[in-house]
Design a protein around this ligand. Structure first.
Ligand code: BGC
Length: 359
């Protein structure tokens, strides 16, 4: 299998040119991986559409999907992957889907921009009989039930919240000095992802309630959304530090990139690791794992992009080959969840090695 840049050739009419130009721009920055053509190999074209290719977690997931497709296509199918980046715009994603179908994709893996608005995508998929594996941004059950060739691969948000809450409770128990003012309560700020994302809603609630269920007294000073972004989190944190200063004893973040943004701001202010409040994230990105190892981040929860990507490819290839997917999954369920894992200083290096192995 070789990796090459992809381009679309199309006999498009003038009214389509704009959209084709858009998709061409997308494809210039995307990767296509294709096995050398061999007789009797099924030709599978997978279109991967993501809400924002700049998102660290998704960047990793896309790389893993490409690796997994290469692996799975060895000697069997002839797989091409084309990636479309919606840059946060659902209408752009809808147009990209149309173009991918027009260019012969026989299955789509879609990370919705707006998980509450999949109607256009579902109708288009049904009309063209192109199955979809949604991933990471979970649509509601009612939408998934609108066609039996729609699937979802993700992670159980509630478990990430619980694990983060347990890590916090455990850390505070072992490090009572986190309670700087010694008032018996931990003053915290919560840095949230996009407000309508299932992971934001569930992690935010579950993390705090789980820590409390272990007997921790928690006082919320503030909560802010930083839309999963490191830069936005640094900015929000800067305002929060100006307002609350050393009163902040704990920072709970819905993902690692935002936790890194929080740490960035403290470092910019010249704070040393031991002067930081306890900061926690979710994802287990390569950079966050390093920060767990060096003690800047007290814990994270591993969001297994490698296994999720592998499942997405397994489903996509089975669907494109018109196989019975329940045979692949061993279940009639069309939603598939890969569990999270706790990461602390004790085991961070084994996760880093796992990510390293994949490079
Ligand atoms: C990840 C975030 C990511 C988001 C994108 C979440 O599951 O934890 O890092 O930005 O998905 O949808």
């Amino acid at each position: 299998m070789k990796i090459r840049r992809s381009c679309i050739s199309s006999a498009a009419g003038p009214e389509r040119i704009m959209a084709i130009c858009c998709i061409f721009a997308v494809l210039l920055s995307s990767v296509s991986c294709q096995a050398p053509a061999r007789k009797n190999k099924t030709k599978i074209k997978i279109g991967v559409l993501v809400y924002d290719e700049g998102d660290t977690f998704l960047k990793g997931a896309i790389n893993e999907m490409i690796k997994s497709a290469k692996e799975k296509s060895r000697g069997k199918a002839d797989v091409t992957i084309t990636v479309g980046d919606a840059s946060g715009d659902q209408n752009t994603q809808n147009d990209q889907m149309e173009d991918m179908i027009a260019n012969g994709c026989n299955v789509l893996a879609i990370n919705l921009v707006d998980r509450t608005d999949p109607t256009y995508i579902i109708n288009l998929a049904r009309k063209n009989d192109v199955p979809v594996v949604f991933f990471n941004r979970e649509l509601v059950r009612h939408d998934l039930d609108r066609w039996n060739r729609l699937y979802y691969v993700g992670a159980p948000a509630v478990r990430s919240g619980m694990m983060q809450g347990e890590e916090i409770a455990d850390y505070v128990k072992k490090h009572p000095e986190i309670d700087r003012n010694g008032d018996g309560s931990i003053q915290y700020v919560l840095i949230k992802g996009e407000l309508n994302h299932q992971d934001t809603i569930i992690r935010s609630e579950k993390s705090v309630s789980t820590a409390a269920s272990y007997g921790l007294n928690l006082d919320r000073l503030a909560e802010e959304s930083a839309n999963w972004s490191r830069a936005q989190a640094q900015n929000r944190m800067s305002q929060l530090i100006n307002e609350y200063g050393d009163k902040i004893e704990l920072v709970i973040c819905n993902n690692d990139d935002m936790a890194l943004g929080v740490i960035d701001d403290y470092k910019k202010r010249g704070k040393k690791t031991k002067e930081l409040p306890a900061v926690f994230g979710v994802d287990g990105t390569a950079e966050a794992l390093k920060c767990v190892e060096n003690g800047e981040l007290k814990g994270t929860v591993y969001n297994d992009a490698i296994s999720q990507a592998d499942k997405i490819m397994e489903f996509s290839i089975a669907l494109a080959e018109k196989k019975d997917v329940s045979q692949v999954t061993g279940s009639n369920e069309r939603s598939f969840y890969i569990d999270y894992q706790k990461v602390t200083r004790d085991n961070a290096s084994s996760f880093a090695a796992k990510l390293g192995d994949q490079e």
